[in-house]
Design a protein around this ligand. Structure first.
Ligand code: AMP
Length: 542
């Protein structure tokens, strides 16, 4: 099918698509929409960036429109589960856009904000509810919501749900859903454990699959520069200041490995005249939303993010991704660079590689099968670097940025003191900042984002992955990599999952499949460039 009008969608939906400027469906949309309109269950192997949201939103809205019923109080007709708050908000926004010419109510609930307002919003019920699992269970336990009347259920990013430790709440949710319903199950990868989870939700599904993830980077120009750790600050400042001034950089996402590293980048960019905001798990939900909004609206051209904070975020017009620090898990690199070159555009991913990061670079090249283009330091860099403010010194005399690798011990103990002795992931400073971290005193529910009973200790949040999720995930992620070796330099503050020896009990997942899918060293085939469309027939990084 080459046009949305061929798919039999209700007229107000076609009007909304026209208003958005979407004329032809992406591959996942043309495959999924007709089957979903018929009421079939669906198993979708796809990631964000493929047009997946519209693939489930449009036919579901179509069904709700064609079977008009008033939703009951404290219930919903359609439930969409998303692993992270930002993604939930994004899905709800997209759905509101598609439903703008129909009278359907769409609500979104997630942790990190007070539960009271959300439970009040659910009193009359709604047509569509987009939720993260932990907050959803909180609301169910408070009797603010029942899933009795769910007609359409969507589980998005199932593999991320598993990685983030949502398996128990998902199993519980499966029991709370009515047996007679339409179910859609999406995952970027389909290892056995995910497939098994799928069987709890879907019956006789239509299967829809788009190309594997490792081929995503085709439109991303992948570059790297060897630079001393202590000179990265000047290099980034120069690149951004010049690029923003001459228009070559429109919007950039800077990746750091740690939350504190992200804050430091903002701290040195701001006085240099580069407007930047950080997004990571130590920020309150309000700060994260504001940072993302400023970035989306174009008011703040630079977003500094940690790996998990940026997952699933879909902002168009990101011209550049800068890897200020390389991830120590190669798969994260693919996720990172997938933030650029979205919706048919091209993008540049520039990695700053310090001496001790060379092994990470090798691992990335091995995983992606792409050799990064090495660039020299820009002309006049050393002179310019001397003029830029020197990296801030730590009390022990180390440059701030050496802290994130070299001077780790000193940095950590300094932060512990500043934060009141809490673990990096736990909120030790008593400021609160996010529903979960504030704990029982702030939240009416007694459950964390995974639906596990809340404890007084540091708890897990998808965006605070190094609390307990990071440790758990480390083994799981590493088990994906047949070539994984224990890291000889543990970084306890990294937000990225750390290298660990493969665990025999961990499921064989994404990476293993991906690595098996293409011979090592092979370059992904080039595809024709599509214009103005999300990745067609391919999957982009989350
Ligand atoms: P998603 O995979 O749902 O995150 O979508 C990726 C991006 O593509 C989003 O910005 C969508 O709004 C956009 N998009 C989805 N479907 C289409 C389409 N058929 N034509 C153009 N853009 C689309």
């Amino acid at each position: 099918m080459s046009f949305f009008s061929d798919l039999g969608l209700a007229e107000p939906l076609l009007r909304a698509l026209e208003a958005k400027g979407y004329t032809d469906p992406t591959p996942i949309q043309s495959q999924a929409i007709p089957a979903l309109i018929e009421g079939r269950d669906l198993l979708g192997l796809a990631q964000t960036g493929t047009g997946k949201t519209a693939a489930f939103a449009l036919p579901s809205l179509h069904r709700l429109i064609n079977d008009p019923k008033h939703h009951k109080p404290a219930s919903c007709r359609m439930l969409v589960l998303s692993p992270t708050r930002e993604l939930a908000a994004q899905i709800a926004d997209n759905m509101r856009g598609y439903a703008k010419y129909v009278n359907l109510t769409i609500q979104c609930v997630f942790g990190g904000v007070p539960v009271g307002k959300q439970s009040r919003a659910l009193v009359p019920g709604c047509d569509v509810l987009v939720a993260t699992p932990g907050r959803l269970l909180d609301l169910i336990d408070q009797r603010a919501l029942t899933l009795r009347d769910v007609e359409i259920f969507v589980l998005d990013e199932a593999d991320q749900m598993m990685d983030l430790g949502f398996i128990v709440p998902l199993k519980r949710l499966a029991r709370l859903l009515p047996p007679k319903r339409q179910s859609l199950f999406f995952s970027a990868t389909m290892p056995q454990a995910i497939e098994q989870l799928g069987t709890q939700f879907i019956t006789n599904p239509v299967k829809v699959e788009v190309a594997p993830q490792a081929t995503t980077a085709e439109r991303v120009d992948q570059q790297a520069i060897f630079v001393n750790q202590s000179e990265k600050q000047s290099l980034l400042t120069m690149k951004l200041r010049d690029g923003l001034a001459d228009g070559t950089v429109e919007r950039a996402i800077i990746f750091t490995r740690t939350k504190h590293g992200a804050d430091r980048v903002v701290r040195f960019l701001t006085p240099a005249g580069v407007s930047a905001a950080a997004i990571h798990g130590n920020k309150s939900q309000g700060q994260r939303t504001a940072a993302l909004k400023g970035f989306r609206d174009g008011k703040v051209p630079v977003l500094v993010a940690t790996d998990i904070a940026a997952r699933g975020i879909d902002v168009s017009g990101v011209s550049h991704v800068f890897n200020f620090e390389l991830p120590n898990v190669a798969e994260q690199y693919v996720h990172r660079i997938g933030r650029t070159a979205r919706a048919g555009a091209d993008g540049i991913a520039l990695s700053f590689v310090a001496e001790d990061e060379r092994p990470y670079l090798k691992a990335i090249e091995r995983l992606t099968g792409v050799k990064l283009t090495m660039l020299p330091l820009p002309e006049g860099f050393l002179k310019e670097a001397a003029r830029l403010p020197a990296p801030a010194k730590r009390p022990n005399g180390a440059d701030e940025y050496q802290g994130s690798r070299g001077g780790r011990g000193a940095e950590r103990s300094g932060e512990r003191n500043a934060r009141g002795g809490g673990r990096d992931g736990g909120r030790g400073d008593g400021r609160g900042g996010r529903d979960g971290a504030r704990g029982p005193a702030r939240s009416a529910g007694g459950r964390d984002d995974r639906g596990a009973p809340r404890s007084t200790g540091p708890r897990f949040d998808p965006l605070r992955e190094n609390v307990d999720g990071g440790a758990r995930n480390a083994g799981r992620l590493e088990a994906r990599r047949p070539d994984a070796r224990p890291d000889t330099r543990p970084d306890t503050r990294s937000e990225a999952p750390r290298r660990e020896a493969p665990r025999s009990d961990a499921p064989r997942t994404e990476g293993a499949r991906r690595e098996g899918a293409r011979p090592e060293g092979a370059r992904p085939a080039r595809r024709p460039q599509g214009g103005g469309q999300p990745q067609r027939g391919r999957v982009s990084a989350v």
